[in-house]
Design a protein around this ligand. Structure first.
Ligand SMILES: NC(=O)c1ccc[n+]([C@@H]2O[C@H](COP(=O)([O-])OP(=O)(O)OC[C@H]3O[C@@H](n4cnc5c(N)ncnc54)[C@H](O)[C@@H]3O)[C@@H](O)[C@H]2O)c1
Ligand SMILES: [Zn+2]
Length: 356
């Protein structure tokens, strides 16, 4: 089993990556079972796909286990759902010793993680991500979040899990578009951290049927773990994980949620950030071409015409802007990202021409 450590002192935890791992869950976490209640938080479709098997596996191994389901989609990330899950936990007799297993994509992970952070002032939880995006991104680093009417992820906490269990076999049932969206984030890790990983990804993408998911996920998790270990609360170096996200988030908000997947928007945002990095002579034309050709191997949705002036307000209100100054992540050489406050509105608007 490939185990990667997120190094955060007393809050350190392992990320285990291995095909077939879900079937081994009970034995992997058995030393943490002290007779407490275990709650699987998931979605009903995922319970049918693999959650009930996990539930039975845990029961057979002597775990006192229950499950709670959330609706599918962003609607689950609401204060209403949060409050419903909290009440259900009390009804099920949960207490401070209860352990939560978040079985699902980023939506389940964000809600279950926030529930764990606040139920009885905090209980332990494990992330068992089931989408590629969740495996390489949202399950690691402890960011949890709910949406309110005023915006996405405006309520939340940074609360680290006890461990992350990743079984790449689970991806077999994931719709292909969701897989490609997750690949957008994997390309990001190559671009910001490791040029040779980017070149591997590029050649692996020539034939998606033989894409080595276990290897790509492990490498992505190593990179995320390394970045998060240095800057847990995104004061500084963790910002590089937002490469492609400034324009990406703006596209998601401008087009409306559900119109474009997060990973797809990030892939397009990385093309803009690559353009700006080249324009500022921070990467060569050849290196930017390597990046854009890799991104072009993903089947991205064709966008309606986007007027830069309409997108700019979303870019300016990006969460990464502090005191009105925008932190824009650029490449200072392929495989090396930096956060810059020197990117002008004109340059961002000019970069939007890569959208079409
Ligand atoms: N906390 C973080 O650091 C962080 C980072 C990135 C994104 N996010 C959040 O993650 C969310 C998006 O997550 P997502 O892309 O994983 O989407 P998601 O959780 O909505 O999952 C997408 C769909 O796939 C289904 N699904 C999940 N796994 C499946 C499987 N193995 N087989 C078949 N169907 C499966 C789900 O039921 C859902 O319908 C957003 O809310 C975003 O804000 C959080
Ligand atoms: Zn992302």
């Amino acid at each position: 089993m490939n185990s990667i450590k997120v190094n955060l002192g007393v809050r350190s935890y392992p990320i285990h990556v291995q095909s077939g791992l879900l079937k081994e869950t009970a034995s992997i976490i058995s030393d943490q079972n002290n007779g407490q209640k275990w709650i699987i938080i998931s979605q009903y479709n995922l319970m049918e796909l693999f959650g009930f098997n996990l539930f039975n596996q845990l029961k057979d191994a002597g775990f006192d286990c229950n499950f709670i389901t959330l609706p599918v989609g962003e609607v689950a990330k609401s204060l209403n759902e949060f409050s419903r899950v909290m009440s259900q936990m009390v009804e099920l007799g949960c207490d401070r010793k209860t352990t939560i297993l978040a079985l699902g994509g980023g939506v389940v992970g964000d809600v279950a993680g926030f529930v764990a952070s606040s139920f009885m002032r905090g209980v332990e939880y494990y992330q068992i991500p089931t989408t590629l995006l969740a495996m390489v991104d949202s399950s690691i680093g402890g960011k949890t979040g709910l949406n309110i009417a005023e915006g996405k992820n405006l309520v939340g906490a940074i609360y680290q899990p006890k461990g992350v269990l990743i079984d790449p076999d689970i991806l077999k049932s994931l719709p292909q578009e969701e897989v490609f969206a997750g690949l957008g984030e994997i390309i990001k890790y190559g671009a910001i951290w490791d040029k040779s990983f980017l070149s591997d990804i590029s050649s692996w993408l020539e034939n998606i049927d033989s894409f080595p998911f276990e290897e790509a996920i492990s490498r992505s998790c190593q990179i995320k773990a390394e970045v998060v270990s240095k800057d847990e609360r995104e004061n500084d170096s963790r910002r590089i994980l937002n490469f492609g996200h400034t324009v990406g988030h703006a596209l998601e908000s401008h087009l409306g949620y559900g119109k474009i997947r997060h990973g797809e928007a990030v892939a397009i945002g990385m093309k803009c950030a690559g353009f700006i990095s080249e324009k500022l002579k921070m990467i060569s034309k050849e290196d930017n071409l390597i990046l854009s050709k890799t991104i072009a191997k993903l089947p991205l949705p064709s966008l309606p015409h986007i007027n830069g002036s309409h997108l700019m307000p979303f870019i300016k209100t990006d969460k990464k802007s502090e005191k009105g100054i925008l932190n824009f992540v650029l490449l200072d050489g392929l495989g090396n990202a930096i956060s810059s406050t020197a990117v002008t509105e004109e340059l961002i608007k000019e970069s939007l021409k890569v959208l079409h």
